[in-house]
Design a protein around this ligand. Structure first.
Ligand SMILES: *[C@@H]1O[C@H](CO)[C@@H](O)[C@H](O)[C@H]1NC(C)=O
Ligand SMILES: *[C@@H]1O[C@H](CO)[C@@H](O)[C@H](O)[C@H]1NC(C)=O
Ligand SMILES: *[C@@H]1O[C@H](CO)[C@@H](O)[C@H](O)[C@H]1NC(C)=O
Ligand SMILES: *[C@@H]1O[C@H](CO)[C@@H](O)[C@H](O)[C@H]1NC(C)=O
Length: 347
């Protein structure tokens, strides 16, 4: 904006003073008006076509604005709403799926794809609890893929994918304690939260998410809404002083949203019938109206698997419900960036 105004003032000066200078060479008033007109039109054309030559306009603008400073960016909490703005790259080969953060719409909101050591440093010494369905399990796997080396991941994959079981690991390199508690239903999540009510230490990071099992087996959005309300109430009580009287830092809490369902790819007739687009939308609406999220007075931030999986598209799923690891990896980095932003607000 400032740059555009500066260019405008510069152009006005040229149009005004060049012909006046020429008047000093004893040109007639008509000739002066003619030059002034020609200059005005030329500059007007240049300014209007400049945007079509990105390099040129970049040069024009950057030469007038101070070069950006190299100090580490402070990102306001408004950046949280841009974190899901990522692109999934079309695969060149079946194994070449990848994703990238989009160029940030606001210059202050640069998204960081964290390296293994940066993530380790961020999570260093923390206790992370993930409680939910298979989507949450895939999220845990994305975290382990980042923090462990390849051979260790192969070992844990077997344990982690024993159906319907819990999983615990201590990653000694970063002193990270990670618990996955298999919780297909919201009531299971509520019980997990209740176990923390009187504990002395709370996890630093809590990630919850369920809905698909309820959709398939109960298939009633208003009942789901009530189940979410009890998760919300239970989670809120972690933010009151504990009855033991010991002060403890409330955890960072994330809600892992439901994936976009590709109905034609679901693998049973029952799923195709019960998990329709219409029912999915009704369930989504309950999540957004649940009061779980900070915008509506709750304590959770949404990790929006729904929009990430929709963005990745049908090429990223084989059963219309579980997506390729890049979707959960992107969600993981959304969480890291949210944690970075939240920690900056406290300083
Ligand atoms: C990110 O960029 C891609 C390609 O430019 C676009 O298709 C996608 O919608 C963007 N993502 C979001 C969440 O805006
Ligand atoms: C983790 O934190 C401890 C104590 O603050 C520190 O000594 C250690 O170097 C850190 N490790 C990593 C990998 O950052
Ligand atoms: C989850 O909740 C359901 C229904 O409330 C219950 O039947 C089941 O045993 C619970 N599962 C776990 C793993 O706690
Ligand atoms: C759906 O759940 C609500 C709340 O639990 C209940 O009142 C209602 O009867 C249920 N509807 C059906 C069709 O079962």
């Amino acid at each position: 904006m400032v740059a555009a105004a500066q260019i405008g003032v510069l152009a006005a000066c040229v149009v005004l003073f060049v012909p006046m200078g020429m008047a000093g060479w004893h040109l007639s008033r008509n000739k002066m008006l003619f030059f002034s007109g020609v200059l005005f039109i030329t500059l007007a054309i240049c300014i209007h076509i400049a945007p079509y030559f990105p390099a040129a306009s970049h040069f024009l603008i950057s030469s007038l604005t101070p070069s950006s400073s190299s100090s580490p960016p402070f990102r306001p909490s408004s950046c949280l709403s841009f974190l899901h703005d990522v692109s999934f790259l079309p695969p060149v080969s079946p194994s070449s799926f990848d994703w990238l953060p989009n160029r940030s719409r606001s210059a202050d909101c640069d998204f960081q794809k964290l390296s293994r050591s940066d993530a380790g440093e961020l999570l260093n010494g923390s206790w992370i609890v993930v409680s939910g369905d298979s989507q949450a399990r895939l999220f845990v796997l994305a975290l382990l893929r980042l923090l462990l080396d390849r051979s260790s991941v192969e070992v844990v994959e077997g344990d982690l994918f024993r159906r319907h079981s819990d999983y615990h690991i201590m990653i000694s390199e970063y002193a990270v304690k990670l618990d996955f508690v298999w919780s297909p239903y919201e009531s299971n999540i509520t019980s997990v939260i209740q176990q923390f009510h009187d504990s002395i230490r709370l996890p630093e990071v809590l990630i919850f998410g369920s809905g698909l099992w309820h959709m398939l087996h109960t298939n009633n959005a208003s009942d789901y809404s009530e189940a979410l309300a009890s998760v919300r109430r239970s989670a809120a009580s972690m933010f009151y002083p504990s009855s033991s009287g010991l002060p403890s830092q409330p955890p960072h809490m994330f809600w892992l949203g439901m994936p976009t369902l590709v109905n034609s790819m679901l693998n049973t007739e029952e799923k195709k019938k019960k998990m329709s687009r219409k029912v999915w939308e009704a369930y989504e609406q309950e999540v957004h109206g649940s009061g779980l999220f900070m915008q509506s007075g709750g304590h959770f931030l949404l990790l929006d698997i729904g929009s990430l999986s929709w963005n990745c598209g049908e090429q990223c799923t084989i059963d219309g419900m579980h997506y390729k690891s890049i979707v959960y990896e992107a969600a993981l980095h959304v969480m890291f960036n949210a944690l970075l932003i939240e920690s900056q607000q406290k300083i």
